[in-house]
Structures are given as C-alpha cells and as structure tokens.
Design a binder for this molecule. Structure first.
Ligand SMILES: Cc1cc2nc3c(=O)[nH]c(=O)nc-3n(C[C@H](O)[C@H](O)[C@H](O)COP(=O)(O)O)c2cc1C
Length: 347
C-alpha cells in the first residue's frame, strides 16, 4: 500500500510538509486498537531472537531511527509501534531555533537520495525534556543527539553541549555528540582533535560523577581515513561507549540527478543510497581500529533490508535508518528484523 498509494501522494507534496503529514497520519493509525499492525511493527514484539546488549543497554531489536527525523521527541509512541528498537532524538540545541529558510529539504528520486539543509530547527532542550518526562517506564530506548546553537562560537561550543547533556541527563538512555552536520557553519571543524577532546572530556567530567551514561560520537563520511583513525584514538582516550557512522555527505559525486537540478538545490547534506559505500567503509575502518567494547551504530544508505545486513557484516552492533524510511516506507524496520530472524546471509 505504501508503494502504490501513500508514497506517490507524499512525493507529490513538498518534502517537509509530506514528512509532517505522514507522521500525523501515522500517529492516528498508532492510536487505534491494533494500530501497530497497520504500522507493521507487530513482527518485532516480544521477539527474543532480535535482542542486543550493547553500550551497557538492552535493545529489543537492533534497528533504530536516525537523528533528524524526530527532532523534538513528538512521535515516540508512533515510532515505537513501527517496530524500531531505539530512537535517536534531536539534534537538539540549548535554545530553540528556526533553522534555515524553506525550502530546505529536497528529493533526488533518481538517486534514491535526499539533500537537506535544515540547520538544526528544533524547539530547544527544555521542550524536549518536558516531552520526555511524560514517557512511561520501560519504554523504547532513546538517545539524545546534542548540538550547538548556530550563534554560539566554536570556542564556546562545549558549553552548549554541556547544557543539553545536563538537562537531558535523566531523560534519555544514551547521548550522541553531533559535530558532523554540514548545515551549521563551522560545526564540522569541531571534529578536529583538540576541540573534540575538549567537548568529550568536559561531558565525561560531569558523567563519571553520576550514572556514567553511554556517550557516542557521530562523524561525517567526508573525513579522510587518517581523521577517522584520530577520532578512534580519541574515542578510546575519552572513554566513549560508541560511534555513529555516518552523517550526511557534502559530496555530489556519481549522482544520476542532472547537474542543473543539483545547482538549483544548492548546499546541504546528501543522504540515502549515494552515501552507503563511504559510510560502510568508515564503519569497517572503525571496527578494525576499535576494541569490541566500543559499539558501532551503522547509518547511511540503508534503502532495503539487505543493506542493513551489509552494515552488520562490516561490524555494526546496531543500525539506523532515515532516507530509506522515506523511500521504502514504514515497513522497513520490521522487514530488516524479519531478515535478521531468518538468518544472516547477505550473498
Ligand atoms: C532531513 C534530514 C535531517 C537530518 N537531521 C539530522 C540531525 O538533526 N542530526 C543528525 O545527527 N543527523 C541528521 N541527519 C542525518 C541522518 O541522521 C543520517 O545520519 C543520514 O541521513 C544518513 O542516513 P540515511 O542515508 O539512512 O538517511 C538528517 C538527515 C536528513 C535526511
């Protein structure tokens, strides 16, 4: 039904409006009795074969929602009913911000891709905390993906990460430090060794005196291999629980979409199928360089169930999806989990 009816309807609309409409419709479906059947999430319920223990947390299944989809923690129940094992919320910043002017999200159907330059539009950390306080016990695992406000200078960025960290501390199960979005000017230079060490050390100083929550770091696929190696060293040095690999790319290489269309779209992060190969190789390198106790969350270009298995083979402990969810539909998490239950053969 998604392919024949719903996707054509949504794809006829502006992508950002389609996103909000789709989630509102899904929330209605989730609220009716047996709504989880409509949302395809029933397969994963109570299925012990899918459970994973990693980052010191128990996941009911290893398929998560990537950051950016539910930036403000609005759709937890609905997304849980779609069969996800965990949700990464955000990116959230200390103060609310409206993000870049619209249009700022574009489809590239020929490439099974999206380009976005949202620019961390979000309601701010206080609003997220209020919504998460209503969360019931034993609900789905949630990660808080934290960032800095656009008008915070990079030298002061650690303060923004600290504010989000402290405020969300009791509301989420793990954290992701996002220094890799291309749409906040200068953010990605925080991936360099010294600024990154400063942010991570300051978070850990607060963390060790409390519950030692798992902290992961999300990096860009555009880093050189030598920079990925540096990040891995830093992950060990600063006691990270995991890495999220990867964010969107600024590259436009190898796309089918016409050059003039790409030029008209302009700047932004590319996601979906074109980012699959590079994010897989970053994942593979990290697995090679990191001890097993540091978890890897593989994200980038999972467009159909078997793509997720490639990431597990490359060393991912967990996977996440965003663009594939838009193209394949809400059945993707359940379809990946079904494949996992049927055995791990990707050839
Ligand atoms: C519209 C859109 C908004 C996004 N916003 C965020 C964000 O706020 N924070 C973040 O860490 N990643 C964000 N991402 C990146 C995704 O979480 C993911 O890393 C990337 O899209 C690659 O996965 P995919 O190919 O499955 O989409 C966003 C992606 C898209 C398409």
């Amino acid at each position: 039904m998604y392919n024949s009816l719903i996707r054509p309807l949504l794809f006829s609309m502006d992508p950002e409006s389609a996103h909000h409409l789709a989630m509102r419709l899904a929330s209605v479906a989730a609220s009716v009795p047996f709504g989880h059947h409509l949302l395809a999430g029933d397969l994963t319920e109570n299925n012990k074969g899918l459970g994973r223990e990693t980052m010191g947390l128990r996941f009911t299944n290893p398929v998560g929602l990537a950051a950016g989809f539910d930036k403000d923690a609005r759709y937890l129940t609905t997304l849980e009913k779609m069969g996800f094992g965990f949700l990464e919320l955000g990116t959230v910043t200390p103060r609310p911000q409206i993000g870049n002017p619209r249009p700022r999200l574009f489809r590239l159907p020929q490439d099974k891709a999206l380009i976005n330059r949202m620019g961390f539009n979000n309601d701010g950390v206080d609003a997220m905390v209020r919504r998460l306080e209503k969360r019931r016990n034993n609900a789905i695992i949630v990660g808080g993906n934290i960032g800095k406000n656009k008008d915070t200078a990079n030298e002061e960025a650690y303060k923004d990460y600290l504010i989000c960290f402290e405020k969300l501390y009791d509301a989420v199960d793990y954290f992701v430090v996002n220094v890799s979005s291309p749409n906040t000017p200068g953010l990605r230079s925080l991936q360099e060794r010294e600024p990154l060490r400063n942010i991570l050390m300051r978070l850990q100083e607060v963390n060790v005196g409390r519950h030692n929550k798992p902290i992961a770091l999300k990096i860009a696929p555009d880093l050189e291999n030598s920079q990925v190696a540096e990040v891995c060293e830093l992950a060990i040095e600063t006691g990270l629980a995991g890495l999220v690999l990867t964010n969107t790319t600024v590259s436009r290489e190898g796309l089918q979409t016409q050059k003039d269309r790409l030029e008209a779209i302009g700047a932004g992060g590319l996601s979906g199928k074109p980012v699959f190969e590079r994010s897989n190789s970053v994942l593979g390198l990290a697995r090679q360089w990191l001890p097993k106790h540091i978890s890897l969350i593989g994200v980038g270009g999972i467009m159909e169930p078997k793509d997720a298995l490639v990431k597990f083979k490359q060393g991912a402990d967990l996977v996440q999806i965003y663009t594939g969810f838009v193209y394949f539909g809400p059945g993707l998490p359940a379809a990946i989990n079904k494949l996992i239950l049927n055995g791990y053969d990707i050839d």
